[in-house]
Design a protein around this ligand. Structure first.
Ligand code: B16
Ligand code: MG
Length: 217
């Protein structure tokens, strides 16, 4: 039975995925390195250091990679100070309360080390039964760790949870954890998702139950 829903943070709950893009773009421009939205798709759900390694493939000095990643994070943390509760995506609060009313547990599963900052700015921490962020795990998506820990914190069997994700690596992570994954975006970007909708406001609990029951083994 469907018992829990684990939400990715950046790009699902709020538009911080746009912030990540703008900050990497700012860094890339400073160093005259090519970077665009298509390239940014590969950064979604991937750790800060791995993103920096992808952006600067010629730099092998790990201290330098760390310095560049920290620089990007300074831009990002500064940008996050503008976040206000109204920046939560439309329909998210309503969907969370629909889930809770029906005894479905809710969690955040993000590899961002700024998870706490973003959720605090949005003032939504108490809407989740469990929160897993980048400081709680070693391996970022596509490894299943973040979602497995989410299920564990909810006290649920992973197969009774559904993940909601906007990143290709995040869908892979959900599948690796033995969970179904709803993609937020387009079929073109997320061909491996079990179902795709443009945004959380297009989802209902019934959609998730139907998906779960149709794939139940
Ligand atoms: P930070 P998610 C991920 O968060 C982002 O999608 C990804 O673009 C970012 O690099 C990663 O967090 C690390 O974030 O630099 O804040 O630690 O999609 O798993 O919520
Ligand atoms: Mg995301």
């Amino acid at each position: 039975m469907l018992k829990g829903v684990i939400f990715d943070l950046d790009g699902v709950i709020t538009d911080t995925s746009g912030f990540h893009y703008l900050c990497w773009k700012r860094l890339a421009d400073e160093y005259s390195v090519p970077f665009d939205k298509e390239f940014n798709e590969r950064f979604k759900g991937v750790s800060r250091l791995d993103c920096a390694r992808m952006l600067f493939p010629d730099i092998k000095d790990e201290e330098e990679i760390e310095r560049l990643a920290n620089k990007k994070n300074d831009y990002y943390v500064e940008m996050c100070q503008q976040i206000v509760p109204e920046d939560i995506f439309p329909g998210v609060i309503e969907f969370l309360s629909e889930l809770r009313k029906n005894n479905i547990k809710t969690a955040i599963g993000s590899v961002s080390k700024n998870t706490d900052l973003v959720l605090s700015r949005l003032q939504v921490k108490e809407l989740f039964d469990a929160i897993v962020g980048g400081r709680d795990i070693k391996r970022s998506k596509p490894a299943p760790d973040v979602f497995l820990l989410g299920a564990e914190k909810l006290g649920l069997d992973p197969k009774d949870c559904i993940v909601i994700e906007d990143a290709y690596a995040g869908i892979e992570a959900a599948h690796a954890a033995g969970m179904l994954a709803v993609g937020i975006g387009t079929k073109e970007n997320l061909p491996i998702a079990d179902m795709v909708v443009p945004s959380v406001k297009d989802l209902s609990l019934n959609d998730l139950i139907e998906l779960y029951n149709s794939k139940a083994k």
